[in-house]
Design a protein around this ligand. Structure first.
Ligand SMILES: Cc1cc2nc3c(=O)[nH]c(=O)nc-3n(C[C@H](O)[C@H](O)[C@H](O)COP(=O)(O)OP(=O)(O)OC[C@H]3O[C@@H](n4cnc5c(N)ncnc54)[C@H](O)[C@@H]3O)c2cc1C
Ligand SMILES: NC(=O)c1ccc[n+]([C@@H]2O[C@H](COP(=O)([O-])OP(=O)(O)OC[C@H]3O[C@@H](n4cnc5c(N)ncnc54)[C@H](O)[C@@H]3O)[C@@H](O)[C@H]2O)c1
Length: 604
């Protein structure tokens, strides 16, 4: 069935409706878990699900594969996103054919954004210029077979000439055959309602489907809204600020706020009766919103599926489950479902379907080029670059390509040691000090609900000059309590530990299970490495035209340095220097003294 028929049916029955968006996960474990999660979320009663098309066409097989599985194995009404970026007509036709062959009847026709590292969108040879060309093409080839959705931007599209021109272009897409509009996320109901009214005034009568992004954690909310340049009312920032370190509170408050926004839209005069949720492959935020909106009571009318063995290999063969639940598999899965829903992690859980959402947002430096050059100046040597990293760790620089926020308060405990190893040429991009049971209220080291205790293993992640890798790993191999992973840009990988997650942050709270929000995991690390190197490459790109020497310098570093992480596992060892000692030892081997500030000798 097509989406428009489903919407009409829900409206005839006089009930609100909702749908869920997912994105292609980055790892194969993530895929399996996503199918499991979708199966569970199916019970929440979405009238359809959709799947994004990777930026620059990067996930086309994954997207068409998803459409097939969702239709044939999960029995879900599916909408496939399709963009024009890097897509000659033959590739568009192939994707459409695969959707058609899978029984999919809904396409969200988009122009797409430029691929990674490219600023301006350009059509490929033999491809399309605008979403409207894709709409026309689909109608020409498939007549009315597909429902065609198009993108709408309540806050305006960043490249539009003017609000009036944008509505004109939008109307042209509708006239060319689009019959439903999905909107960009937004957090200001008035802005949305004003845009909807302008659409209606222009004679556009197709269903408007508001795109709703639940607020899952403060960090994710900030990252996404900064990236998309979303208008966030000041009162929302003000209300989030005091609770930003408590994920559960952020989610609770965010749910009430976003639900109020949805109610305002449902009650406006736009004929809107449904919402489209950007799940980011996580279930809890969307589920809470549906509960708050009292939509789930309606979902109860949708009969849950009978219990099926988990599609997830890991869960299917799970051997350790409490005996009490041996006959209550569904309840057990439900109890444990949130274990990967605290995506604050150093890298998160690689088997979580939410893993890799940065890719969905398109990877880019979190700074505008002109601001970035202002922050980092024009480095001329590795010494200049080390000095930038050292300043960041000491709190004298507000951002690095890998951190859009200044160093966290926790970093002040190890700032000097970090600065020193940066001055030795080991460029740190992430760290945490050892913590052995501080109060969860501690302003620098605490997190989570009140009256709990927080723990951390000391952790370091850095780019290592290639000439020091072998000697450093030899020292690490001998060090007690240290585990490491090292990889170069080409993917050559070394580690002294077995694959699988190593918990590096955990908390114990009253009346709750132990929460283990951050792990270091080799699969996740190897997926993250592309992103870490890409950010280095993008930093270099800022200087390509204006300062070719600086461009070459930075590009050289991030082509050749190895990415390494170290965990000092003995979190009860009170020597806070322990994780840094291998660097001191290496410096000594190389005849460099660390007690002065002139250690940058090795970095030039
Ligand atoms: C709901 C939703 C889902 C999305 N899903 C994905 C996804 O899965 N994958 C992905 O890569 N991206 C996705 N995007 C991002 C989207 O591809 C980009 O935002 C893109 O920049 C705009 O796409 P569009 O389809 O609106 O393009 P268009 O309709 O081509 O519009 C792009 C710009 O060109 C202007 N314009 C249109 N026609 C003309 C004309 N004839 N002359 C001059 N200017 C014109 C428009 O006003 C607008 O400013 C999504 C966006 C939304 C809102
Ligand atoms: N609520 C929770 O469950 C929970 C658990 C752990 C951490 N956190 C917090 O969540 C946020 C996200 O954490 P994250 O690990 O995903 O990433 P992050 O980017 O915030 O960085 C983590 C740590 O690395 C440090 N750091 C950043 N750049 C560095 C550099 N160049 N050199 C050395 N150190 C650097 C930061 O100061 C911070 O202490 C942090 O603020 C963290 O403290 C929350």
């Amino acid at each position: 069935m097509r989406i428009s028929d489903k919407i009409k049916k829900a409206e005839r029955e006089g009930r609100p409706w909702w749908s869920f968006e997912f994105f292609p996960p980055k790892t194969s474990e993530g895929w399996v878990n996503l199918y499991d999660r979708i199966e569970r979320m199916q019970q929440l009663g979405p009238i359809f699900v959709d799947i994004t098309w990777g930026a620059g066409g990067s996930t086309s097989d994954a997207t068409t594969g998803f459409v097939k599985t969702a239709h044939s194995e999960l029995g879900l009404e599916t909408c496939m996103h399709l963009t024009c970026t890097n897509m000659p007509t033959e590739m568009v036709d192939q994707a459409l054919k695969e959707a058609y062959d899978s029984g999919c009847r809904n396409i969200l026709a988009l122009r797409g954004d430029p691929p990674r590292g490219v600023e301006e969108w350009k059509p490929v040879e033999g491809g399309f210029n605008h979403a409207i060309d894709l709409v026309r093409h689909i109608r020409k080839k498939y007549g009315d077979y597909f429902d065609i959705g198009v993108a709408g931007f309540p806050e305006g599209h960043p490249q539009s000439e003017s609000p009036e021109a944008e509505i004109r272009h939008f109307k042209a897409k509708v006239d060319a055959g689009a019959n439903v509009v999905f909107t960009q996320m937004f957090y200001d109901a008035d802005v949305f309602i004003d845009w909807g009214r302008r659409l209606r005034a222009a004679g556009i009568t197709i269903p408007i489907v508001p795109g709703i992004m639940p607020i899952q954690t403060y960090a994710a909310f900030k990252r996404r809204t900064d990236f998309a340049g979303t208008i966030v009312p000041k009162e929302l920032w003000d209300m989030l600020e005091p609770i930003k370190d408590d994920d559960a509170k952020v989610r609770e408050f965010g749910t009430r706020y976003v639900a109020d926004m949805c109610r305002k839209i449902l009650n406006a005069d736009l004929g809107i009766h449904g919402m489209h949720f950007y799940t980011m492959n996580l279930s809890r935020g969307t589920e809470m919103l549906l509960e708050e909106l009292q939509f789930v009571a309606m979902a109860d009318r949708v009969k849950p599926l009978p219990w099926r063995v988990s599609l997830t290999q890991k869960r299917r063969t799970e051997t350790t489950r409490p005996i009490f639940w041996s006959n209550r598999q569904r309840s057990y899965l439900t109890r444990t479902r949130e274990w990967d829903e605290f995506p604050n992690g150093r890298w998160g859980d690689a088997s979580s379907p939410a893993f890799g959402d940065v890719d969905a947002l398109q990877l880019a430096l979190p700074h505008k080029p002109q601001d970035a050059v202002k922050i980092w100046g024009t480095p001329r040597s590795l010494g200049d670059i080390s000095a930038l990293f050292a300043r960041f760790c000491r709190g004298d620089l507000k951002a690095l390509p890998w951190s859009d926020q200044p160093a966290a308060k926790e970093t002040s405990y190890i700032a000097e040691q970090l600065a020193k190893i940066n001055e030795l040429g080991f460029l740190t991009i992430n760290s945490q000090p050892r913590v052995d049971g501080v109060s969860s209220d501690d302003p620098a080291l605490g997190w989570g609900p009140m009256n709990g205790y927080c723990y951390q293993k000391a952790y370091l992640e850095f780019f290592c000059p290639p000439q020091h890798v072998e000697a450093l790993l030899a020292i690490l191999d001998k060090a007690p309590s240290i585990t490491y992973h090292a990889v170069n840009k080409q993917g050559e990988f070394h580690s002294n530990t077995a694959p699988g997650p190593n918990a590096v942050t955990w908390g114990v709270f009253p009346g709750a299970e132990v929460i283990q929000p951050t792990v270091v995991d080799s699969t996740a690390f190897q997926a993250w490495k592309d992103e870490a190197y890409e950010l280095g490459a993008q930093w270099a790109l800022l200087y390509r035209e204006s300062e070719p020497e600086t461009h070459k310098l930075i590009q050289g570093i991030f082509d050749e340095f190895h990415l390494v992480n170290i965990v000092f596992n003995d979190y009860r060892n009170t020597d806070d220097d322990a994780v840094f000692k291998p660097f001191y030892e290496l410096a000594q081997q190389n005849g460099v003294h660390l007690n002065g500030s002139s250690t940058a000798a090795t970095t030039d």
